[in-house]
Design a protein around this ligand. Structure first.
Ligand code: BYC
Length: 347
């Protein structure tokens, strides 16, 4: 039985949020709260689902808002590096595939913002946090896409890493997030395959094409390993996230699964993963790999990667440029409901 939710300090709650501070409650209210807490713990223990209208500890709600909104921002900012290549795709077929993929990422962002909204946070609040640099999004999207091979490598490795991380989220204890992830994972799987297939085609091409693929793999490999987050020993959110069934597999375990799955794929493709320490360890039954540059990772997460400023500026401009669309949609909705009200009154 988990009882940690009573022990987690809650920050300032909004007035409409349920309180877990027993000092401000009457004994009757306290009994109701304790019953709700027991029910919440039982659902978590039984590996069940928490739904938006269920009582949940404030800290559980905050953790989910943090993770789901960061995830949504990652999907939306993740449209940019590949979006750069839509106008330069080498064929009509590749252009059509890339447009569909980038559009899918936008869709993933929308499912995730909707899932976060069920926790009582508004889209405006989340976007404001992104645009003012308060919210995080995945480190991986702060690197440039220098050649067409980068688009294939993003599909193969970045989407491959994303699937590895996201499949366990389909079993997340929060219902709306888990259900959104099922659909997202199906689409990510297509993304990974299209990237790998594009690279296979290039590897059957000229030496220049093959060199381009190897160069892209060299630049993205270590960034993809870092994408899984800091080592378990330096991951402040992991223990609680796993107790609550939000996170199912730790950062290091997912990273290891990704390395083990990718090595044979690289062999088939004919590329070398840029790590001289990468080798099979029969004793562990896994591949050993070299050290990740965590200083570079944190510099990027903290806003100082090669493309952070450009990515944020592009998002802010897109949001500002879209203001008239939001205003028009609101005006239309208001007119529609006024018309409906008038019709109902006349009837
Ligand atoms: N980049 O205690 P930890 C996609 C932060 S979208 C930046 O381990 P947690 C795709 C972390 O947020 C990919 N920040 O945290 C889209 C925390 O900071 P705060 C995104 C990172 O939450 C388009 C601090 O480091 N996927 O794949 O337990 C095209 C300590 O970390 C990163 C998701 O968002 C990072 N890489 O675990 C193609 C999946 N890693 O918040 C592909 C959902 C860590 O305390 N998210 N941080 O200030 C998760 O699964 C988890 O949030 C993480 C981190 C594994 C990312």
């Amino acid at each position: 039985m988990y009882t940690q939710s009573f022990n987690v300090p809650d920050g300032a709650s909004k007035p409409n949020e349920r309180q877990t501070v027993s000092a401000v409650l009457t004994p009757a209210q306290q009994a109701v709260l304790e019953a709700a807490q027991v029910k919440f713990d039982a659902v978590i223990d039984a590996d069940g689902k928490i739904e938006p209208k269920d009582w949940m500890p404030d800290a559980y709600r905050k953790t989910l808002v943090r993770q789901i909104s960061q995830h949504a921002h990652s999907e939306i900012v993740g449209m940019l590096p590949e979006g750069n290549w839509i106008s330069r795709a080498p064929s009509l077929k590749r252009k059509a595939i890339l447009i569909a993929k980038v559009q899918d990422e936008g869709g993933h962002g929308l499912y995730l913002y909707s899932a976060a909204e069920t926790l009582g946070t508004s889209r405006d609040q989340m976007l404001d946090a992104l645009h003012t640099g308060k919210a995080k999004y995945s480190s991986i999207f702060n690197y440039p896409t220098l050649t067409w091979a980068d688009v294939g490598v993003i599909g193969w490795l970045v989407d491959g890493a994303a699937i590895m991380n996201q499949i366990p989220l389909c079993r997340c204890s929060y219902g709306p997030y888990a259900r959104a992830m099922i659909r997202v994972c199906k689409e990510e799987s297509f993304h990974q395959r299209q990237g790998y297939e594009a690279l296979l085609a290039m590897m059957k091409g000229t030496q220049a094409q093959q060199d381009m693929v190897q160069d892209a793999v060299n630049r993205w490999w270590w960034k993809c390993l870092a994408m899984f987050g800091p080592p378990d020993t330096d991951s402040p959110n992991s223990v609680q996230g796993m107790r609550w069934g939000i996170k199912r597999i730790s950062n290091d375990d997912l990273r290891q699964k990704f390395v083990d799955a990718t090595v044979p794929q690289a062999r088939i493709l004919g590329v070398t993963l840029p790590d001289p320490e990468l080798k099979w360890n029969a004793e562990r039954g896994h591949h050993d790999y070299g050290n990740i540059d965590w200083d570079e990772f944190w510099a990027t997460v903290n806003g100082n990667g090669p493309c952070n400023k450009e990515r944020l500026a592009t998002r802010v401009k897109a949001h500002q440029d879209g203001q008239w669309v939001r205003e028009a949609a609101m005006a239309h909705a208001q007119k529609k409901s006024a018309r409906l009200a008038a019709q109902q009154e006349a009837a």
